[in-house]
Design a protein around this ligand. Sequence first.
Ligand SMILES: [Fe+2]
Ligand SMILES: [Fe+2]
Length: 302
Amino acid sequence: MYTVDDRAAGPHDASLDHERLVLEARDVEFDWARLPVHYVPDEPFTTHMLNVLHLLLPAGEEFFVEVFKRALPFIKDDQLRLDVQGFIGQESVHSQAHSGVCERFAAQHLHVTPYTDQVRWMFDKVLGSKPHWSRRRQDRWLLEQVSFISAIEHYTAILGEWILNTPAHDAIGTDPVMLDMLRWHGAEEVEHKAVAFDTMKHLRAGYWRQVRAQLVVSPAMLLLWIRGVRYLYSVDPQLPPGTRPRWRDYVNAARRGLLPGPLRFVRGIADYYRPGFHPSQLGGLGRAVDYLAISPAARSSR
Ligand SMILES: [Fe+2]
Ligand SMILES: [Fe+2]
């Protein structure tokens, strides 16, 4: 019989030493009082695609925090432990920041609770901890949870790098507070992009577990986004009744740089399946650090 503890011996991957940063949780605040319903002007589809983040992340990132707090005692490497503590701090602030947007939705009569209740149920009941299980099963489940989170963090790193590099939102006049929030969050995702992956490897998850988690996460995220955008269209008080999102809206927005295109995701998924892949190969750290130096929210948190 083995436990996560037994498997967590020895120093983690040397590639961790690349792009070494001290991960800091910035105490940011955002004022949503003037946020329009369609904060990407005249672009309800792009707005709602981005809104799905606000619906998923409060419960999702709380789940990350809960799992990584339980993983901490199994981490035998001092540097990785510091990284995980930084990761927990950053994800906890992210979760609260996105909850603030959901409160603004309520004031705008965009009633999102039926959807966010389902999301919370998924993270709490389906993916959450199972205290009634045996110790051995709980340890295995913890490793599975960390592997799911590593697979999700691969997407947040890709999205983070994308939002930092897309001038289309500045050009079209996306609400500046929202754009700052997305870029601050994206930059911190790029900063800590390797932490969940390194934790998964430190706990000795093999290649099959890594791939299997991504095989579950990718279709689940696609479905959550499709359902989320359809739901938001159905409750959007500013859209004519019966308006539906269309695939061509996505193609159109991606072509104009307002959303990441499908090829970016296909390449990202292929990367994750490549033996020898490490998140440090994704790049984007320079841009992230530069953005955090000028972000209004990050600057005012100092
Ligand atoms: Fe985050
Ligand atoms: Fe993250």
